[in-house]
Ligand binder design. Structure first.
Ligand SMILES: Nc1ncnc2c1ncn2[C@@H]1O[C@H](COP(=O)(O)OP(=O)(O)OP(=O)(O)O)[C@@H](O)[C@H]1O
Ligand SMILES: [Mg+2]
Length: 231
């Protein structure tokens, strides 16, 4: 764990340097291509400029992720309810999920005690997990069912996210939380989602582990990948 944290720290420094360097020229590319788009351009040129603008904006998104990853601000702790945080994330994803045929089943413990946590950052963690689930379920079979459960076990609060996507190959399991590890197609994922989440979770003194199955395992009842957060 120490080694992982150490490696995360140096990658964090390196990437924030790169991100800052990239930010200025990118702002120029985006700004000027948008200005061009306001002009009366022939259709073929307009299409090319649109591609420049779109790709520059996507790159800016990657840079933003890198900066989030690198930023080491103090966490702000308040009393929060895990159920409400997850519900907020689901609201954010409702439209995407609807058009991608993703069904979400929630089994929330209704009397869950509040915890002291940075709600915004936990929201980021759950958002990452849920977007990953959506992606790998749609990729596996064009639809999906995500089951989210919260429960209290003694003085531990748990939230689990089980999807019926592709599962995770054995040889990838140990790399999942590594910065930049991704199995998404080139250009689709930064591989930072889970490493950022891991950082947030350890900052909270909480924990995440996962169970994953590939292939047809009748025991898992189609829940191929399950991320379990405990606090
Ligand atoms: N629900 C899931 N089902 C299958 N594989 C998963 C799931 N969640 C994560 N993974 C694996 O873990 C890898 C790393 O996930 P992570 O969120 O860190 O990056 P990413 O999703 O690939 O990129 P980004 O978060 O920038 O979109 C994924 O590429 C995938 O291989
Ligand atoms: Mg991700």
């Amino acid at each position: 764990q120490l080694i992982v944290t150490d490696r995360l720290a140096s990658i964090g420094e390196l990437s924030s340097g790169i991100a800052h360097e990239l930010n200025n020229p990118l702002t120029g590319v985006i700004g000027f291509s948008d200005l061009l788009l306001d002009r009366d351009l022939p259709d073929d040129i307009k299409e090319d400029v649109e591609i420049i603008s779109r790709e520059a904006k996507r790159t800016a998104g990657v840079v933003r992720n890198l900066l989030t990853f690198a930023r080491k601000h103090e966490t702000e702790r308040n009393r929060v309810n895990i159920n409400s945080i997850i519900e907020k994330v689901l609201e954010l994803r409702a439209y995407e999920q609807k058009v991608s045929n993703i069904e979400v089943n929630t089994r929330f413990a209704f009397d869950l005690p509040e915890i002291m946590a940075d709600g915004f950052r936990l929201q980021q963690v759950f958002l990452n997990i849920i977007i990953n689930a959506e992606h790998f379920m749609t990729e596996a079979h064009g639809r999906g069912t995500l089951t989210i459960t919260t429960e209290q076990l003694g003085d531990i609060i748990r939230a689990s996210f089980a999807d019926d996507g592709s599962g995770i190959a054995k040889e990838n399991l140990e790399h999942l939380f590594d910065p930049f590890f991704t199995t998404k197609e080139v250009g689709k994922g930064t591989g930072l989602g889970l490493s950022i989440s891991y950082g947030i979770i350890t900052e909270h003194g909480s924990n995440i582990h996962l169970k994953s199955f590939t292939g047809e395992d009748p025991l898992t009842k189609g829940n191929n990948c399950r991320f379990i957060f405990s606090y």
